[in-house]
Design a protein around this ligand. Structure first.
Ligand code: FCB
Length: 448
C-alpha cells in the first residue's frame, strides 16, 4: 500500500484532543472540566493517572506542530477546551481564545490546515452541575460557545467539527459511567443523545452566522456490529438492534429521519425528551461527515423482550488485537464507509480518526512499531477500495500525532506516530511516523 495511490488532492492529517494532550489545567483562567473532576475521583482511571500534565502540549504546541510538519502531514486536527474559553460555561475568557489563536497561527505559519473540533468531551464542570447534556439548556449554552469561537477564530479556521463521537461520550459518560461525568442509565443516556442532536444543528447555525465561509462537519464513531444468538434470525435481530443504537440513532435524526425505533424499540422512550418540532430541528446540512472507526463490536442476542443489548468488544481468539484489546478488523472500515454512503446524503466524507495502540518500546532512539504500520496499510487499503466503489472520501487523519492520555485507560495505551517519554516529555518519532514522512514528503528521517 502506497499513499501515492490516493492522489495529490487527498488530505493527510493527524489528530489529538485537548484533554488528552494539553495539561496545564489552571493556566490562563481555565475553568474546571468534567474530565478534571472525573480523573481525580479514585478508581476511575486504570493507572490512577490524570490529564494534569499529559503531554504538556498547552506549553509545547510549537514543538508538536513542528512535528506535524516534519512528518509531512497537511492538516492538524485538535480540539478546543470549552472551559478555557468559557470557564463557567458562559463567561468569555479572552486569554483562552488567545491561546488557540497562537496554536492556529502556528499551524498556518507552517503551512498546516487547522481542523478544529469544538467539543471533544471536556464539558465545563459548572454546566455538568446543572445536568450537563441531560439538561435541555445545554443546547443554548453550546450554541453560544460556538458563536463566541466563530467570532474570535472564524477568520483563520476553515474546517470545523462540531462534536467528537456523540455515541462514545453519551454511552460511556452518561449510560455506563465509565467516562466523565460518570452518570449511568437510560434516563441520562437518552436525553443526552437528543440534546446533542439539537446542539449539532444549533451549533452549525451559530458557526455559519459567525465564522467566515466555514466548512462545517461533525464526527461519529461508527462500527459494524456483528450479531450472534441462538439461530440466524435472532442473531440478525441483535445485529440490527445494535446497529440502530450505535450508528443509526446518531446519524439519522440529523438527516431528518428521526430515531430508528423500528430496529431498536427501546428508543420509543426518547418520546419523553422530544418536544414539538424537535425532529425537524435536529435536521442539519453538513459540509462533510467525519467517520471514526477502530474495531468491530459484538452484539449477542438477549432473550428479554425490548431490552437492548449493550455490545461488547469482539473477542475472537483467532483475530489479532491491539493493546486496548480491540480486534483488528480492517474490513469493518469498508463496511461503515459503505453504510454511510448508502444514505446518499453525505457528499463528502473524511476519516477523521483511525489508529491503534501497541506496547511500543524505545530502544536506541527507535520505536520499531511495524504492527502499527501494518494496521494503517490494511485500513488505508479499505479506504482506497471504498473510494474505487464511489464513496466520496477525501481525507484521512491518524489517531494520534503522539502518545497521550487515553481516557479511562490512562497512559498505558500508546496510539502515537510519535513516542512520548512521560518522565521527560521528550518526543521520539516512531517507525510509523517515518513511514508516513517518507511517503508524504516530510523531512523526518530515521537515525542511521
Ligand atoms: C476515539 C476518541 C479519541 C481516542 C481514540 C483512541 O474514540 O475519539 O479521543 O481516545 O478513540
Amino acid at each position: 500500500m502506497s499513499l501515492s495511490e490516493f492522489g495529490p488532492d487527498f488530505l493527510w492529517g493527524v489528530a489529538t484532543a485537548a484533554y488528552q494532550i494539553e495539561g496545564s489545567p489552571d493556566a490562563d483562567g481555565k475553568g474546571q472540566s468534567i474530565w478534571d473532576t472525573f480523573t481525580h475521583r479514585p478508581g476511575k482511571i486504570a493507572d490512577g493517572s490524570t490529564g494534569d500534565v499529559a503531554t504538556d502540549s498547552y506549553r509545547r504546541f510549537p514543538e508538536d506542530i513542528a512535528l506535524v510538519h516534519s512528518l509531512g502531514f497537511g492538516a492538524y486536527r485538535f480540539s478546543l477546551s470549552w472551559p478555557r474559553i468559557q470557564p463557567d460555561g458562559r463567561t468569555v475568557n479572552h486569554a483562552g481564545l488567545d491561546h488557540y489563536k497562537r496554536v492556529i497561527d502556528s499551524c498556518l505559519g507552517a503551512g498546516i490546515e487547522p481542523w478544529v473540533t469544538l467539543y471533544h468531551w471536556d464539558l465545563p464542570q459548572e454546566l455538568e452541575n446543572e445536568g450537563g447534556w441531560t439538561n435541555r439548556d445545554i443546547i443554548d449554552a453550546y450554541a453560544e460557545y460556538v458563536a463566541v469561537v466563530g467570532d474570535a477564530l472564524g477568520d483563520r479556521v476553515t474546517n470545523w467539527m462540531l462534536f467528537n463521537e456523540p455515541m462514545s461520550f453519551t454511552m460511556l459518560g452518561y449510560m455506563l459511567g465509565e467516562h466523565a461525568p460518570g452518570r449511568r442509565g437510560l434516563n441520562n443516556f437518552f436525553p443526552a443523545i437528543h440534546h446533542v442532536h439539537l446542539a449539532t444543528s444549533a451549533g452549525a447555525a451559530a458557526l455559519r452566522a459567525t465564522a467566515t465561509d466555514p466548512v462545517v462537519g461533525t464526527t461519529h464513531y461508527l462500527t459494524a456490529a456483528k450479531g450472534s444468538g441462538p439461530g440466524p434470525n435472532l442473531a440478525q435481530r441483535a445485529e440490527r438492534a445494535a446497529n440502530a443504537m450505535l450508528n443509526r440513532a446518531f446519524l439519522e435524526p440529523g438527516l431528518g429521519l428521526g430515531y430508528p425505533v423500528d430496529d431498536a424499540p427501546i428508543l420509543r422512550m426518547m418520546r419523553r425528551y422530544i418536544q414539538d418540532g424537535d425532529l425537524e430541528r435536529c435536521e442539519v446540512d453538513l459540509d462533510f461527515l467525519g467517520v471514526q472507526y477502530y474495531t468491530r463490536l459484538r452484539a449477542p442476542f438477549r432473550p428479554i423482550p425490548g431490552l437492548w443489548t449493550i455490545p461488547g468488544f469482539g473477542d475472537d481468539p483467532e483475530v489479532e488485537k491491539t493493546s486496548m484489546g480491540w480486534e483488528i478488523r480492517p474490513e469493518g472500515l469498508g463496511m461503515v464507509l459503505d453504510m454511510v454512503n448508502a444514505y446518499e446524503r453525505f457528499g463528502r466524507i473524511v476519516v477523521t480518526e483511525g489508529g491503534a495502540s501497541f506496547p511500543d518500546h524505545l530502544v536506541a532512539e527507535r520505536v520499531r512499531d511495524s504492527r502499527r504500520i501494518a494496521y494503517y496499510e490494511s485500513h488505508l487499503a479499505q479506504v482506497r477500495a471504498a473510494m474505487d466503489r464511489g464513496v466520496p472520501v477525501d481525507g484521512y487523519f491518524c489517531w494520534s500525532l503522539l502518545d497521550n492520555f487515553e481516557w479511562a485507560a490512562g497512559y498505558e495505551p500508546r496510539f502515537g506516530l510519535v513516542y512520548v517519554d512521560y518522565d521527560t516529555q521528550r518526543r521520539v518519532i516512531k517507525d510509523s511516523g517515518y513511514w508516513f514522512a517518507e511517503q508524504l514528503g516530510g523531512i523526518a528521517t530515521p537515525p542511521a
